[in-house]
Design a protein around this ligand. Structure first.
Ligand SMILES: CSCCC(=O)C(=O)COP(=O)(O)O
Ligand SMILES: [Zn+2]
Length: 206
């Protein structure tokens, strides 16, 4: 298998992102998955079952835009959630999915959505230039049937318009950006804002 040139650059960015995300405690055990879109529209994604804090280049593989393996490796079990977002949003090039405690707890408390409003840090999200913005992070029921879950997300976006992230209940968060670094900044932003909301609801230590 000959990988495109940008595969190795993006794979290294995903490896670095994994170290950072793991240092925050957001990908316990083998949870989470990450991907980046290449210039030929194929997708570099984490191999299923790997520890995302100590990824090697061999733990990043290539899939096509329909989540089919291009190199014989086994992609993340949630690859279809990634390809569905890439199809919908031509401008995004990276997706990060941690199993952070903030997202997991928020889903148990808020059930259907988390509303983020009146935070200066909202301005770290694309297209937002005031703390008065109102962001909704929808929460979807967890589902072991990933294509069905992806359809649920797609339907929500059809009905409600663009979102920056979503939570899968009792599971974790999905967010994305135009680069791995950008997606990482959004992830930090959302984690901080979710922990503010949890503190407001009496959760003392996260
Ligand atoms: C061990 S966590 C259960 C699977 C999961 O939710 C996840 O994010 C990791 O799955 P993958 O196949 O991408 O390693
Ligand atoms: Zn997961």
């Amino acid at each position: 298998m000959t990988y495109p040139n940008d595969f190795f650059i993006l794979a290294n960015q995903l490896i670095e992102a994994g170290r950072f995300i793991d240092s925050k405690g957001w990908v316990p055990a083998t949870s989470g998955n990450f991907s980046a879109r290449l210039s030929d529209d194929s997708i570099a994604i984490t191999v299923s079952g790997t520890h995302k804090g100590c990824l090697q280049q061999s733990d990043i593989m290539l899939i096509d835009s329909d989540a089919q393996s291009l190199d014989g490796k086994k992609p993340s079990a949630e690859a279809v959630l990634h390809t569905t977002l890439y199809k919908r949003y031509p401008d995004i090039n990276a997706i990060l999915h941690p199993h952070s405690m903030t997202a997991t707890l928020a889903s148990q408390i808020f059930k259907t959505e988390v509303v983020l409003q009146d935070y200066e840090l909202l301005k770290a999200l694309p297209g937002i230039d005031t703390h008065e913005a109102r962001i909704v992070v929808p929460i979807f029921a967890n589902d072991q049937n990933i294509p069905r879950l992806a359809e649920q997300v797609d339907r929500y976006i059809d009905q409600h318009g663009a979102i920056h992230a979503y939570i899968i209940a009792g599971h974790g968060l999905y967010t994305w950006g135009d680069s791995v670094l950008h997606a990482l900044r959004l992830l930090e932003t959302l984690d901080f804002l979710l922990s503010c909301e949890l503190h407001l609801y009496g959760v003392k230590k996260i």
